[in-house]
Ligand binder design. Structure first.
Ligand code: SF4
Length: 372
């Protein structure tokens, strides 16, 4: 039961947020611990419509293939990777990937989010050629390639600086990178779940360098494991600060840890609740006052929860995900197609707007009027 004093503090905080005042980290922790979910949702929705007043939700036709599952980083939340020589390991040729991209483009896909493990056997030229050939041979798709972990791996293999790696990929035609590899930007947690992956500052540094060169990227957050409310706030504070500096984040994308087949499953065997997801969506909309889009996911949290999240401050429904292997490795499989994606958005009370990787609108699907 909330004390009168706490209720009054919350009311005051909500008034301040409504009038445009930023949430401080201390206030953020207080809100996460004390605010009712529906109050958070109401305020987040209000902020969303101030930022983006259209009664529409964006989505993208995309696919998430992987070029290798070989990785030497050993994150304990990951069910996807294999060590070199282990059963089930693979590394695909660029020809193989280009063929996949062509098949995806033929189905209307416009965004390819390409990631792999951090495979020390792959030379830097492999990545540069992958970008160059994609741009030249499959111009229908927009490459959204390589997480910060892979980019750090490329720098280690090549002996180049992070900036030089990013510069060469940019010159090859890459303009957008995904936000993967952040998990929780709290070194206390990172040490426990991804000890070899680098620090929060490493993730922020790659993003900073990328934005300075001219890239756009998303920012992500994987919660629902060992983090506390303080860690969540630390994560959002880091993203907000970097966004103040560079303006390079297009969207924030939270998702929950999927324990199946991961070493972390022994400690955290359960999924985070839909309630926590809605809290993350609403709270990130309130905290990240400088990030234009908050992405709700039909995929990672289930279609119904994804739909509800559209009323908790999210304005984007993610992608149709023709192919996905990382969550599938954790026994988490969810499928949709363009028709269903549009229908889910319409059912939620919005027009569905197909977008590009960088959130330009390609086509708006209005809900069909039903005769009375
Ligand atoms: S999350 Fe990425 S870096 Fe970590 S083990 Fe899995 S593939 Fe490797």
């Amino acid at each position: 039961m909330m004390l009168i004093e706490e209720r009054m503090t919350l009311e005051k905080l909500f008034q301040n947020i409504r009038s445009g005042k930023r949430i401080t980290p201390e206030e953020g922790v207080f809100i996460l611990r004390n605010a009712e979910l529906l109050d958070l949702g109401d305020l987040a929705n209000e902020i969303r419509f101030k930022k983006n007043p259209l009664q529409q939700i964006t989505f993208v036709l995309d696919t998430n293939p992987n070029y290798t599952n070989i990785c030497n980083i050993d994150c304990i939340f990951c069910a996807f990777y294999r060590h070199p020589g282990e059963e089930g390991e693979y590394t695909y040729s660029i020809d193989h990937m280009i063929q996949k991209f062509k098949e995806a483009a033929a189905k209307g896909v416009t965004t390819v989010l390409l990631q792999g493990g951090v495979n020390p056997a792959l030379p830097f030229e492999y990545y540069v050629d992958m970008v160059k050939r994609t741009v030249a041979e499959v111009p229908q798709i927009y490459p959204h390639f390589f997480s910060t972990s892979e980019i750090i791996g490329m720098a280690q293999v090549s002996g180049l600086t992070i900036r030089e790696v990013l510069k060469q990929l940019y010159d090859a035609g890459l303009r957008s990178i995904p936000g993967g590899g952040a998990e929780i930007l709290s070194d206390r947690v990172k040490k426990k779940i991804s000890n070899k992956k680098g620090t929060s500052a490493d993730w922020l540094n790659v993003m900073r360098e990328a934005h300075v060169i001219g890239y756009k990227s998303t920012a992500t957050m994987m919660y629902g494991h060992l983090e506390t409310d303080e860690d969540i706030v630390e994560h959002l504070e880091s993203v907000r600060r970097l966004q103040d500096e560079t303006g390079g984040f297009t969207a924030f994308v939270p998702w929950s840890f999927k324990p199946g087949n991961t070493p972390l499953e022994k400690i955290i065997p359960h999924y985070a609740t839909p309630t926590r997801y809605l809290q993350m969506i609403a709270f990130s909309r309130m905290y990240l006052d400088n990030v234009p889009h908050i992405q709700a996911s039909w995929f990672s949290e289930g279609k119904k929860t994804g739909q509800i999240a559209l009323h908790f401050g999210a304005d984007d429904f993610g992608g149709t995900l023709l192919e996905e292997n990382v969550h599938a490795a954790a026994n988490f499989v969810n499928k949709t197609n363009i028709e269903e994606c549009i229908q889910l958005i319409h059912e939620s009370g919005f027009a569905a707007a197909q977008r590009t990787t960088l959130y330009d609108i390609l086509k708006v699907y209005k809900p069909v009027e039903v005769a009375a």
